[in-house]
Design a protein around this ligand. Sequence first.
Ligand code: SD4
Length: 343
Amino acid sequence: MVHRRKFIQVSAWGSLGLFFNKQAVGSNINEALKGQPVVISTWDAGLEANKAAWEILGKGGRALDAVEKGVMVTEASRNCCVGLGANPDRDGFVTLDACIMDEFSNCGSVAFLERIKHPVSVARKVMEKTPHVMLVGAGAQQFALAEGFPLEEQKLSPEAEASYQEWLLKSEYRPPVINVENKGHGPFAPARLSNGEWNHDTIGMVAMDTKGNLSGSCTTSGAGFKMRGRVGDSPIIGAGLFVDNEVGACTATGQGEDVIRVAGSHSVVELMRQGLPPEAACKKVIERIVKIKKEKAKNIQVGFLALNKKGIAGAYAIHPGFKYALKNGQQEILMEAKSYFAE
Ligand code: SD4
């Protein structure tokens, strides 16, 4: 099986950046910059989100603040697929899931949350202000309102309205799809934005700050046209996100049901604890999913993105097309992860 890793886009400066540009090899990049603050996040939208995270990390701020502020950028973009601008469920309502975890293993999560613009910030409030880890549905919304989050209008973005109307024509519910451009459509398919670009319905982010502390966040609208009440992996600590400040952190994207099945992000971190580098750890858990799903794996996309305590990043997916963004003091890049079914 031929694997590939693509170096997709670089905004680099200084001699180090030029070197990387020529080398175009992800592991060299990570090796040379280990120990420095770094932020990584899933998909193309990660580039913008990382910039916001870097505003905090670059000034010596805490990774927890960086991973919250970073993904808030994606949540706020109305024509994106993560926050309230995302595709709705089968009944026409946008429902959001998010979680956050810090260097002390504090964690907070919300799921099936409606009409709140920043679920990740509500998740942080759950973590900081309640004795609980997870609030869902009406209770999560009630808590958000009590914490001063505004109740947003119940209105689909123009893009979401258009795709919902199109979906209603057939009302076909087909969970297993490929999350890769031009290869499928349905709940986990990327949506085309008004500017012609593609985007995904989830962002997961992990960061290491100048103190070497790790934190992570994950926020999503889940699967477009999902069953009402469906919750995926993204708000589940250990599935869509896991942070262990002694070892590393991991976030997941793709078909949440299959990430939950293997406690995905937690499994990746545990494999890093046993000594595997991030990419190898991600690969092992992807292989586990492929083994479980057998033939069905051909129609499922899952990607893991991990960072270890040395600041080395790695990723792996079932199918080609999973991109992740990395930013540190020297560069910002978009990489394509290696995959099980490489092209
Ligand atoms: C979910 N994992 O709700 C999310 C979907 C996703 O890119 O990652 N899409 O299952």
